[in-house]
Design a protein around this ligand. Structure first.
Ligand code: PLP
Length: 361
């Protein structure tokens, strides 16, 4: 069986270092906001080329806190892609604001800059760009729109650690880059974890207070805050894995190259363009008979996933928010997309097997 994901196997090369780090943290007696978190924040800021990084409890929290930092009035409108993962939209709702969906570009699966302006009005306060599947959005055009309309720009980088557009890193284009270190992400912890990156010191200090009960000095609460702290154990693991992130990314890009060069033309493949350094958190193809293809692959011992089967505006819990709005491009993607195995734990020979079976479909 070729698994879609095997996190035990993926983390095996790190077991020894993880164990050592865990024991060190255990005996330190300091488990929240200590040296490990400080060190990881500095290392990750350096990695992304941001001035500051603030460790948080999850990617969702990173998105919520980024919005909270701006103190928009309730029901402010925030623009977001209609095909993003639910967390980006949930963050807007949890922060007390209104998600305004904009269709993606079918070539990149990212928010279509040409469709943004028509959704902007005096209630619009921010744009959240998800760098979906590991490809950065068209940030030059989007940053220009934000500047023109005085909007805040938040990047959802949960799938894009180390991805670049025109030589610039995900997480450095906007006011904030929001990262998730959920175990399956390209940089994954052994539990929940997240972070924000920013170049602005005032925003960094505000997020540091917000994650810790709105407090900058012990028992002094300057803001209505949250409890959203990255913990010492996870930070220790993340520092170990960050050193290997370039290698993890390179491995995934090599596997992606194999798919791109060898899959037959029946499948719609991800776009490759010299402006982008894609990190392939997900390698998706599209095919009109997606469900049949998934079954066929499973019958040949190959597991796949769908990112995602139901678009956000059709999710049961969200029907009251999006009423009967229709997003045909998002719907088309959700009906035809299939994610193929591509991880640090997969070998080239396994990907060759997937290609061979797929080309017989
Ligand atoms: C994983 C993910 C998130 C949420 O991250 P968590 O750490 O699970 O809260 C947000 N946005 C996108 C695009 C994601 O893939």
């Amino acid at each position: 069986m070729i698994e879609y994901e095997d996190l035990g196997k993926l983390n095996e090369p790190f077991f020894e270092d993880f164990t050592h780090s865990f024991h060190k943290t255990l005996s330190s007696g300091w488990y929240i906001l200590g040296d490990n978190v400080k060190a990881f924040e500095q290392e990750f800021a350096e990695y992304t080329g941001s001035k500051y990084c603030i460790g948080l409890a999850s990617g969702l929290d990173a998105l919520v806190l980024a919005l909270k930092a701006f103190n928009f009035l309730p029901n402010a409108e925030v623009i977001v892609a209609s095909n993003t993962y639910i967390a980006t939209i949930l963050a807007i709702i949890n922060a007390g604001h209104k998600p305004i969906l904009v269709e993606p570009d079918l070539a990149t699966y990212n928010i279509d800059p040409e469709r943004i302006s028509e959704k902007i009005n005096h209630q619009t306060k921010a744009i959240m760009v998800t760098h979906l599947y590991g490809k950065v959005g068209e940030m030059d055009k989007i940053a220009a729109i934000c500047k023109q309309h005085d909007l805040k720009l938040i990047e959802d980088c949960a799938q894009a650690h180390g991805a670049t557009f025109k030589g610039e890193m995900a997480g450095t284009f906007g006011d904030f880059g929001a990262f998730s270190f959920y175990p399956t992400k390209n940089l994954g912890a052994l539990g929940d974890a997240g972070a924000l990156t920013t170049n602005k010191e005032t925003l960094c200090n505000l997020i540091k207070a917000l994650r810790n009960y709105g407090s900058s000095a012990k028992y002094h609460n300057d803001y209505i805050g949250f409890n959203s702290r990255l913990d010492e154990v996870q930070a220790g693991f993340l520092s170990i894995k960050l050193v290997k992130l370039a290698q993890i990314t390179q491995h995934k890009r090599t596997l992606a190259q194999s798919y791109l060069e060898n899959l037959k033309a029946d499948f719609i493949l991800p776009q490759v363009h010299p402006d982008y350094f894609d990190v392939y958190h997900i390698f998706n193809i599209r095919h009109p008979k997606r469900d049949e293809l998934k079954q066929y692959l499973l019958a040949h011992d190959i597991k796949t996933e769908i990112h995602y089967p139901i678009p956000p505006h059709q999710q049961k819990g969200y029907l009251n928010i999006f009423k009967r709005e229709s997003y045909p491009i998002a719907e088309e993607i959700h009906q035809t997309t299939l994610s193929l195995p591509i991880s640090f734990a997969h070998q080239t020979s396994e990907i060759e097997r997937v290609i061979e079976v797929m080309n017989r479909f």
